[in-house]
Design a protein around this ligand. Structure first.
Ligand SMILES: Cc1ncc(COP(=O)(O)O)c(C=O)c1O
Length: 402
């Protein structure tokens, strides 16, 4: 079930593979973060990169979230979802001049600048427009998020942000510029962080830096602490939103500055499942079994990209004897494996499986490899549900080609 709707009913109506999300769980997880920080001035800017389907973005806006956009496309999505420019922060390591101009023209709340070169480009573009852009400096604190290397962003060997020492100098220089107003500091050390220490250290680093800047005459008005709070993919205990706030608030209170948070995964990951149908069940010579399903790396890249683990469960648990199986997709890639050595009741072709905790970095990373069309997405609310993105057709795909 998703809330009060049987997954099998949605799959029967919409086909598979299919993403299904729970509106109630998204709302509960958003509110848990917002409530945990209630005692301190804060704004929760949902990281659209985790899942930017309009229906999800609109839901978060209706709950009071702001948006964190990572591209011109995500800014467009935020606007179409009803966010106003003052509710959008713009991050990203390779913002093009066109994207920067878009953000400056709109007057977004803050552009989180990633380098000296980018500051120069923002300054020039803003001066050409006779305006001043609100900018936060993204700091690279050289802190290890202790997450997967592909989603750690806070080490000096990672491409993100400006080294601590350089930030001081750039803040002084650009606070005197005509096109840039330095209003904040930004930090994001990684994603799927389940040990709060790196987040504490990161917060401490920018609180100290903010004080130094203030002493040097650069007055900023906020600290953006990024996202990164992890979720439990395997059922083990992870920090809650309350633990997260309890770790960060004592540190940021010292600064007296308001904070921005950019959570993505923590809000939407557990609220989504990828529903897939078994196509074939093949015995292997070693006794293991391949369960071939109709979803693969084109629908959920995370297992292949990060060796990510997702629980995979039968939608109808009343199957056959327990087997040990590799759950594999239909793509012409050996790495197209959703789960290895999984124990589950022997399914039959046609049975449904649910890949759990797939609400973040799932549908947004879907691709058309092997000319596969993107899956449909459904948002469940209590006993009702709606298609928030219809399944792509081969005609949609070929419409772009001559
Ligand atoms: C700058 C920034 N903010 C927020 C996020 C969201 O992270 P998460 O989904 O882990 O909360 C990311 C993701 O990597 C990011 O790069």
């Amino acid at each position: 079930m998703c809330e009060r709707v049987p997954l099998a009913d949605i799959a029967a109506a919409e086909g598979t593979p299919l993403y299904v999300y729970s509106a109630a769980l998204i709302a509960a997880r958003y509110r848990a973060i917002d409530d945990a920080f209630r005692a301190y001035p804060h704004a929760v800017h949902y990281a659209l990169k985790a899942n930017s389907t309009l229906g999800i973005a609109r839901l978060l806006r209706s709950l009071g979230a702001g948006a964190d956009a990572n591209s011109g496309g995500e800014i467009d999505v935020a606007l179409r979802a009803g966010f106003i420019p003052e509710q959008i922060v713009f991050t990203g390591v390779g913002k093009t001049p066109a994207e920067l101009a878009q953000a400056i023209d709109l007057g977004v709340k803050t552009i989180n600048a990633e380098s000296e070169g980018e500051l120069e480009r923002i300054d020039l573009l803003a001066r050409e427009r006779g305006t001043r852009a609100r900018v936060a400096l993204r700091v690279n604190p050289d802190i290890d998020a202790r997450s997967h290397p592909h989603i750690s962003t806070g080490l000096k060997t990672n491409k993100f942000g400006i080294a601590l020492d350089a930030v001081r100098e750039l803040a002084r220089r650009f606070s005197r510029s005509e096109g840039v107003e330095i209003v904040g500091l930004h930090i994001h050390v990684g994603s799927q962080i389940t040990n709060l220490d790196p987040l504490r250290h990161a917060a401490q680093a920018i609180v100290t830096l903010a004080q130094e800047l203030r002493d040097g005459g650069v007055a900023i008005d906020h600290l953006d602490l990024g996202g990164g709070l992890g979720v439990s993919y395997d059922g083990s205990a992870v920090p809650t939103a309350a633990d997260y706030a309890a770790a960060l608030l004592p540190i940021v209170k010292e600064s007296g500055l308001s904070i921005i948070l950019e959570p993505g995964r923590h809000i939407v990951a557990p609220a989504g499942a990828l529903v897939t149908r078994v196509v074939d069940v093949k015995n292997r010579p070693d006794g293991n079994v391949f369960v071939v399903v109709d979803a693969g790396m084109t629908e959920l890249l995370r297992p292949m990209l990060y060796s990510a683990f997702h629980r995979i469960e039968p939608v109808d648990p009343g199957g056959g004897d327990e087997i040990v199986a590799d759950i594999v997709g239909p793509l012409c890639e050996t790495s197209d494996t959703l789960g290895k050595d999984r124990r589950l009741p022997r399914p039959r072709p046609g049975d449904l499986l649910a890949v759990l905790d797939a609400g973040a970095y799932g549908a947004v990373m879907a691709s058309n490899y092997n000319r596969r069309t993107m899956p449909a997405e459904v948002l469940v609310d209590g006993a009702t549900w709606a298609v928030i993105r219809r399944r792509q057709t081969i005609d949609d795909l070929l419409a772009l080609e001559t």
